[in-house]
Design a protein around this ligand. Sequence first.
Ligand SMILES: *Cc1c(COP(=O)(O)O)cnc(C)c1O
Length: 455
Amino acid sequence: MSTPRLASGPEGPDALRPLLDTVLDALRTGTASRGGPLPTGGPDAVAARLRDTVGDVLPDQGDPDALRLLVHALAEGAADPAHPLCAGHLHCPPLAVATAADLAVSALNPSLDSWDQAPAASELETRVTRTLAAQVYPTGTPDALVTTGGTEANQLALLLARETRGAGVRLVHAANAHHSLTRAAWLLGLPDPVAVPAPAGTLDPAALDEALHTLPGPHLVAATAGTTDAGLIDPLPEIAALCHAHHARLHIDAAYGGGLLFSDTHRPKLTGLDAADTVTLDLHKLGWQPVAAGLLAVRHTHDLTALDQRADYLNADDDTQAGLPDLLGRSLRTTRRPDILKIAATLTTLGRTGLGTLVDQVCAHAHTLAELVDAHPTLELHDRPTISTVLFRPVHATDDTVAAVRRTLLTHGRAVLGRARADGRLWLKATLLNPHIRPDDLAGLLKLVEGTTPR
Ligand SMILES: *Cc1c(COP(=O)(O)O)cnc(C)c1O
């Protein structure tokens, strides 16, 4: 094999073009060969097929056809969030424009740990993060850090709380909170978190009041705007008032609900968000980005100074004094990919209105699905959706039956539905993030569930 060609430089585009043709063709053939939302046969069948197509992953001699084979295999064996019946998780179908922008990032390979590795990318990140943070915080000098997702954003939020309030700060969260919060408390060596009840799926303010009264402080309260299981939004203004009264710090995990900020119709559901000291956003959920596209927003850019870090090769004092931007404190990572480019491409191509329309569409689809379930003789609806999640189950089914229906649909490659526990029962969860889904698809999904439920 001749020396492999490079992706950037003057020859980069010419080197990439035929390879991109290969990739796009293989995406097409793999997707066609799958046919449905995910591959058939379950884990063993998928593993066997992959083994057969891909063969030795470190052969002695390379195979020029390997790229095509691999991409075909990956597409054939994918759970495709762009398929209308793939609605299990907060796993969005990425926008083509965002994915195309991400290719440019792979080709140019800027790294955001120092200006001399990412001159324009670092400026773009500054502008976009400030703009997004200003969607959360209309006043102040808001800023945001780019993260690998909600998990890393929540970790950073807890770290900033620890650096502000001290190592004794106790996380108080509701039973509906994302698992990454308690995990972050464990990782950071914070006192054992305290869970307050969320009997209706959202944080109970009376229980929070009680907890803040009884537990010794300092406290970090974590509320959720868009629960992973049901898309519910905690009563943010009430929680903010309690935090204020008890001098507790407030973090709001809006990994899911944060996307509502783009919609004039749904934005009021986030009233109170700007009372938080830190807010987690995650544009690979309600933002149609390829993974990873998380953010942690803060009210003032100086709230981030606890993360400042020196490494002579990246941000020597004299370089910083001479005007080279100091980027190292903008992440706990060192080498860091500009996930901001795909986000910027999306924001500028669609505009606020274009993104807001996508949000409105998926919320409307969820309402349609809820109505279809409600009108269905053998299905039960848990509740009207707040965002784009609908919980439902076959009437008179046991939890075991609900779980089995989900797995049967997965194994047969017919549909991807999630599962969630609410009111002490197990439900099927449809997380609708595909703006192109049609009412027929939703009716078809319910038909599948009905047909899979044993009588
Ligand atoms: C998905 C989710 C997270 C975690 O985000 P990742 O991007 O998966 O790391 C955190 N909080 C909530 C509420 C979520 O739904």
